[in-house]
Design a protein around this ligand. Structure first.
Ligand code: KIV
Ligand code: NA
Length: 265
């Protein structure tokens, strides 16, 4: 009856056990995922898109993400909660990263944080780990860098693969406990997964990574458009849309509420 820790994650890699990760942003859904046994829940800066309605993850702030992180932490018992550090809150210096990450741990109730980048954030990773904060890396397609990447596209094809492998190794060396590989060719993800002793968490990285992550609204078919790498395991969009229309029709027709859903005197 304790939370999943970085030691459990390390042990899973030793044993060759694969594990699932999902995003979560609110208490109700976080509890469902926790009770379903998802060992790691990420309060992603994808909240920018799915909660706050921004076009990219660039605008979302620490102050917008912290309350979501806290609600997910309060609603769960077993999952490790990973807080995603937003754009501009850690790139400046290791000191800035530590100040931000400490807020996610103290105010957000997270047990770990995630940040984007490889060698360029190695000093940040070292500083956080030295301070007692587990860090998950994230390389490949790093959405906070959409403006320098020039769009959302596959990363690490051809020559660029060696750079990503070097980034992954540097993150491991800096003390990261896991690394997300987003939107990279399967053979590159396989090479990185083999060469690292920490687990790789794939999203659009093929079946070879140690773990897999999806944004939960994509996984459950609530998001209107999804990338090629997303599989929808339910059709919540249709379910919710039909429930909404039925509710509206019954209100207009006067059939809801009926006696069963009303109080007697
Ligand atoms: O913000 C997010 O949802 C993420 C995952 C998709 C890895 O960073
Ligand atoms: Na993210």
């Amino acid at each position: 009856n304790r939370r999943v820790t970085v030691r459990d994650i390390a042990r899973a890699k030793e044993r060759g056990e694969r594990w699932p990760m999902l995003t979560a942003y609110d208490a109700l859904t976080a509890r469902i995922f926790d009770e379903a046994g998802i060992p790691v829940l990420l309060v992603g800066d994808s909240a920018a898109n799915v909660v706050y309605g921004y076009d990219t993850t660039v605008p979302v702030t620490v102050d917008e993400l912290l309350p979501l992180t806290a609600s997910v932490a309060r609603a769960t018992k077993r999952a490790m909660i990973v807080g995603d550090l937003p754009f501009g809150s850690y790139q400046g210096s290791p000191e800035q990263a530590l100040a931000t990450a400490a807020r996610f741990m103290k105010e957000g109730g997270a047990q770990a944080v995630k940040l984007e980048g490889g060698r360029r954030v190695a000093r940040q990773v070292e500083t956080l780990v030295a301070a007692g904060i587990p860090v998950m890396g994230h390389i490949g397609l790093t959405p906070q860098s959409v403006n320098t990447l020039g769009g959302y596209r596959v990363q690490g094809r051809g020559e660029a693969g060696a750079d990503l492998l070097a980034d992954a190794k540097e993150l491991e060396h800096a003390g990261a406990f896991a690394v997300v590989l987003e939107c990279v060719p399967t053979d590159l993800a396989a090479t990185i997964t083999e060469q690292l002793s920490i687990p790789t968490v794939g999203i659009g990285a093929g079946p070879v990574t140690d773990a897999q992550v999806l944004v939960w609204q994509d996984m459950a078919g609530l998001s209107p458009n999804v990338a090629k790498f997303v599989k929808t395991f339910a059709d919540l969009n249709t379910t919710l849309s039909e429930a909404t229309k039925s509710f509206a029709e019954e209100v207009v027709a006067g059939t809801f509420p009926d006696k069963e859903h009303s109080y007697s005197s």
